[in-house]
Design a protein around this ligand. Structure first.
Ligand SMILES: [Mg+2]
Length: 220
């Protein structure tokens, strides 16, 4: 079971995360960017590297310069997030996230994160929301690849054991989560707790109002 973070496990805008991303972009590429530049590229469901590329292109940075600075930017964004995330309202855990992850683990499922967040930022957010103990090593992150669909295979490669395609389920809140699961040939359950309603998520195998309902589908 591969869980998205923002809009799925955590609710609320990731203000500190966004601040760290733009401050790191400003330093690495010397561009005058602000959090609104991130919101302007509709970041939900995108990987952090994809978001950075879209923001930087709008600033006139070419792809070769973006590629050259990406490793430095990722490291700096993680460092800035560590320094400043306490100064911003933190996303909070979905009220049922801990219970649902716990129930899946108790049932013998393997549970991991599948998110566009840079890994250390995503893990810090999940830990700050009290869910860190549910998600061990493994998973797929925006620091691993720019294309979200690639994260599914990366996460499967890190799994403790091999799983058939049909037994791998992405749980996410955006059409991009659904597209990533489809491209990777695995199932997807969409929750309407993020920025998208049931109509926008209709291509998922199941659309449910939240994680408790997702659990019921997964256990059926
Ligand atoms: Mg999301």
């Amino acid at each position: 079971m591969l869980f998205d973070i923002d809009g799925t496990l955590l609710h609320g805008r990731p203000e500190g995360h966004t601040r760290a991303m733009v401050d790191a972009m400003a330093r690495v590429w010397s561009v005058p960017v602000a959090p609104d530049d991130v919101w302007a590229v509709e970041p939900a469901g995108r990987t952090d590297r994809e978001i950075a590329r879209l923001v930087l292109r709008r600033q006139g940075v070419d792809d070769a310069d973006i590629d050259r600075g990406t490793a430095e930017w990722m490291a700096l964004a993680v460092q800035l997030h560590d320094d400043l995330h306490h100064q911003h309202p933190a996303p909070v855990a979905a009220p049922d996230a801990d219970a649902v992850a716990g129930a899946l683990l108790d049932a013998g499922a393997e549970v991991a994160l599948l998110t566009g967040n840079l890994e250390q930022i995503g893990r810090t957010k999940v830990a700050a929301a009290g869910l860190g103990h549910r998600f061990g090593p493994g998973g797929g992150f925006g620091s691993d690849a720019e294309v979200r669909a690639d994260l599914v295979g990366i996460a499967r490669g890190r799994a403790a054991r091999a799983h058939d395609d049909h037994d791998v389920v992405v749980v996410g809140d955006t059409p991009r989560d659904i597209a990533a699961a489809r491209a990777a040939g695995v199932r997807v359950v969409a929750v309407t707790t993020g920025a998208h309603d049931a109509r926008a998520l209709a291509d998922a195998d199941h659309v449910v109002p939240g994680l408790t309902a997702a659990l019921a589908v997964l256990q059926a």
